[in-house]
Design a protein around this ligand. Sequence first.
Ligand code: BDP
Length: 707
Amino acid sequence: EDGANAWLRYAPLPQANNNHSIPLSIVALGNSKSSPVYTAGQELQKGIKGIFGKKLSTNGTKDTSSSIVVGTIDAYKKAYGDFDEADELEEDGFFLSTEGRDVLILGQNQRGALYGTFAYLSRLAQNKLSPISYVSNPHAPIRWVNEWDNLDGSIERGYAGPSIFFRDGFVVDNVTRVAEYARLLASIRVNGIVINNVNANATLLNARNIEGLGRLADAMRPFGVQLGISLRFDSPQTFGGLNSYDPLDLKVDAWWANITNQIYKRVPDMAGYLVKANSEGQPGPLTYNRTLADGANMFAKAVKAHGGIVMFRAFVYDNHINPGNWTADRANAAVDFFQHLDGKFDDNVVVQIKYGPIDFQVREPPSPLFSTLRKTSTAIELQVTQEYLGQQSHLVYLAPLWKEIFEYDLRVDDRPSKVKDIISSARFNRPLGGSAAVVNVGTNMTWLGNHLAMSNLYAYGMMAWDPAVLPEDVLQDWIRLTFGFDRQVMNVITEMSMKSWPAYENYSGNLGIQTLTDILYTHFGPNPASQDNNGWGQWTRADSTSIGMDRTVKNGTGNAGQYPPAIAKTYENIESTPDNLLLWFHHVPYTQLLKSGKTVIQHFYDAHYEGAATAQSFVMLWQSLKGKIDSERYEHINFRQMYQAGHALVWRDAINEFYHNLSGIPDQAKRVRNHPYRIEAEKMALSGYKAYAVSPFHTASGYTAIV
Ligand code: BDP
């Protein structure tokens, strides 16, 4: 059990249900080997062999015995005549029926047929054998993943080894793992993948790499996963040799049109481009006093004839903001940059917006930009890779966080305006919309570097398809598929996972202060001091008496005013701001009373103790499963839970000591700076080790470590 098959293990069912009657043959209505329907036939054969130990023939005909019939609805009607039970099918949707003599799996298109196949197999693998018949349609057309892979094989914010796509400057030769990844993605109904870093490298566009892109697309096509790439805005100059990259310069346009044609020649079904421009030092149209819309539309025109789209990132900000300026606010940047461009983007442009206004923090309100852009298609950007959230060394099940954002009602024009309905295009009636998650799988067999982190990838796909699903239900499907049917395994992993995001929030950064990681680069481990006095604009404004960003209109940066009036009003006032976003919107004394009756500082102390204690309990919980899980996965996870338990203590003490030191306010429970049970390594007789003063000081218990 090395994790390579993730939730597609097709483990044998417990004896009792092994004699469930399944059809004897598979009828796949499509025979081209690279077609998703052909893949569906193969997958059915593989799955049923694993689950029931039976080998089904794949060349059956529907009329001889009961069969599993899989294909598009059109192919089905052509072969067997009219059929109106699947009339509501929409693009990528499927109809699944196990009620009749035959099992019917019919897709609106081939991809839908494959999704229905995985849905059927998932039911079988979970022992959900009662007859059903239903139509399932996607909530939104764009359900993509992004990979931040560099051409040299490294991955920005990736925690599972080197890239499966690139090596030494080129697309890899062996695409086996790429096809396996596409299979996983298809099983969670993801239909597009951008394979290279948003901080892109223009040499992706050289002839050898374009040929490589063709190989990658060929490997993923049988799974209905379309390829996309990130572009570097100044490529016409740095790679193409032109003297400009001005989007309104005709020769620049012609250059992009030409390179786009070359790529589409090799990848006729390429999904499109992803562009990060004028952000964190990346080049963009602002250099030429052109708008971001001018930039996006240049690419949109190049891909339009080929049916491609452009995902243009809203993550545009200057990373040299003056920290002394109390009205400056990075959280304002997206709306500031984009609001006047609403309606100016071509129809095949989608603005891709990170869920919160800053950057994948443990707690953020939704980005106000979702409510600002009404004449523009939008998509939400999430992170499966846990950049700020423990980098796969900590268990943090993220579906509950995403759920809160999806269900958040922004009250645009005082009407129901949930984020999920804005991105699906329903609320503002846009042609496109959906979601993208930064996943960053690597060559590690576990895909993400931690078996338990895979629940996040699974949940992402299922929620992108249907945000109405409950995080706990999705989790439990995943547990059954990944670890089997043992009740205790189910209870323990459910308990750990559902407690994990609140615990991480408690011991990292609570009350909306952000994650409090090292902000300058690693984004791992506690470093509250690094949060202020930097140009990145992720500030806490902590001083000796008070803390928090004042984002009110009245006295602060005005960010609260970027939300529709009903929401703005809630956040403008301390009384109506929920405690968990208090320090996001307000600058208050450490002695400010919360709704719970505690002071801010005492809440900090208590929450950090509570969160760390929860993380410690995960070790015992996990160890109660010894013998119930194969030793390979048991040990792998055990090691990580022990690490998390220890690191949660480092977090707890670093944050508490930092604010204790800064505020001078004692902990009422007298725990902070008082660890009677602890033995400091530097106090022992050292042989071969030297004491070393740690910086930042509060990340070692006695301010000292040994090396
Ligand atoms: C930040 C990451 C950085 C990314 C950037 C982005 O730290 O590595 O390049 O976001 O999303 O969170 O462009």
